[in-house]
Design a protein around this ligand. Structure first.
Ligand SMILES: *C/C=C(C)/C=C/C=C(C)/C=C/C1=C(C)CCCC1(C)C
Length: 254
């Protein structure tokens, strides 16, 4: 990663900038949207706001680090010697991934005895998944990347197991409408989260040199927009539907 073309450098920078704007806009939407929900669902929007707020901050830092990592010399972006800091992304995930799971559990509005143990398991698995992915992410050796990637996939599989089997069983007692919404949320999580390990494998898909860096940055950025802002909008829609289902109406509340 010693040299980028103007196009490669700008593509990443512009995507990072777009993501900062998206996260800030989502933050405002989730904060304002709360008043359109029954009180018990508002907490899930507060957590959504935290997620995009934390991500917006980190994208700001990532963009800053990207800017410092290269200098424009004779029409090319050369490595400046200041390393690009990938840790911002992983620190962000360590905070936001457990919060996204909290959002899901909160919007389902399960009893504390059921949601508590589920959240503990999910949070521990999410933490292990991110922490073990990092050494592979920053390694330039593909074997090291593959080994840590594999280890990180185990807690990921465990999260999928919890969502499909354990939480699936708990959800059987819920009304049909809620079960359908839950199944959709679960699929959305799998579809957006499943994108991360695929992006991680970029070096195994024949990408080399600067293309790996550019591909990975663009891939994770798109995934983050969908998994945080997009997901939050869906949680909002679920909470809105559940509010109305519970007999709470916007007109009566104002
Ligand atoms: C907002 C950020 C989110 C939802 C991040 C999710 C990240 C993952 C699901 C990452 C998973 C990984 C693997 C399963 C294996 C390779 C290493 C990771 C960390 C990219």
């Amino acid at each position: 990663m010693s040299e980028l073309t103007m196009g490669q450098y700008s593509l990443v920078f512009n995507m990072l900038s777009f993501t900062i704007a998206t996260m800030l806009a989502a933050f405002v939407f989730f904060m304002m949207g709360q008043s359109r929900l029954a009180p018990k669902y508002r907490i899930s929007m507060i957590v959504s706001s935290l997620v995009v707020g934390i991500a917006g901050y980190h994208y700001f830092r990532i963009a800053e680090s990207w800017g410092h990592a290269f200098t424009l010399t004779a029409g090319k972006y050369m490595a400046s010697g200041v390393p690009f800091n990938d840790a911002y992304r992983y620190v962000d995930w360590m905070l936001t991934v457990p919060l996204l799971l909290v959002e899901l559990i909160l919007v389902l509005n399960l009893s504390r005895e059921k949601s508590g143990p589920m959240l503990t398991k999910l949070t521990i698995a999410a933490f292990l998944m991110i922490v073990t992915g990092y050494p592979g992410e920053i390694s330039s050796d593909t074997t090291t990347r593959a080994v840590w990637g594999f280890i990180s996939t185990l807690p990921f599989a465990y999260i999928v197991y919890i969502l499909w089997v354990e939480l699936g069983k708990v959800m059987e007692t819920q009304p049909e409408r809620v079960r359908v919404l839950f199944r959709n949320m679960r699929l959305l999580i799998l579809a957006t989260w499943g994108f991360y390990p695929i992006v991680y494998m970029a070096p195994f898909f024949g990408l080399t040199g600067a293309n790996v860096t550019v591909g990975v940055q663009i891939g994770y950025t798109i995934a983050d927009v969908l998994a945080k802002a997009g997901y939050g909008v869906l949680i909002y829609a679920v909470a809105r539907a559940k509010s109305e289902n519970d007999g709470w109406s916007l007109e009566a509340a104002h």
